[in-house]
Ligand binder design. Structure first.
Ligand code: SF4
Length: 78
């Protein structure tokens, strides 16, 4: 089930970045990222656990990953 409060947008240009996929998987404290086969995957059922720590945004290249707060229309992005 997709998140109700949070959505994470991953740019296609970083979807196949295996190193980044591992980094995101390790960085997120609530397991919103997985790295199957070296791909960046968003674990939709965990989206609403997001604590807005920005670790994923900081780990990704600028402008390639956004955490959208669906409840107020703003987003965390680098
Ligand atoms: S902001 Fe923090 S908790 Fe939310 S998806 Fe990114 S790393 Fe995970």
């Amino acid at each position: 089930m997709p998140g109700v409060f949070i959505d994470v947008e991953v740019d296609d240009s970083i979807r196949d970045d295996a190193e980044l996929a591992m980094k995101l998987e390790e960085a997120c404290p609530v397991d919103i990222f997985a790295a199957p086969d070296g791909r960046v995957e968003v674990v939709e059922e965990n989206l609403d656990e997001c604590v807005l720590c920005e670790l994923c945004v900081k780990a990704a290249p600028p402008g390639r990953l956004r955490v959208r707060k669906l409840y107020d229309g703003t987003a965390l992005e680098a």
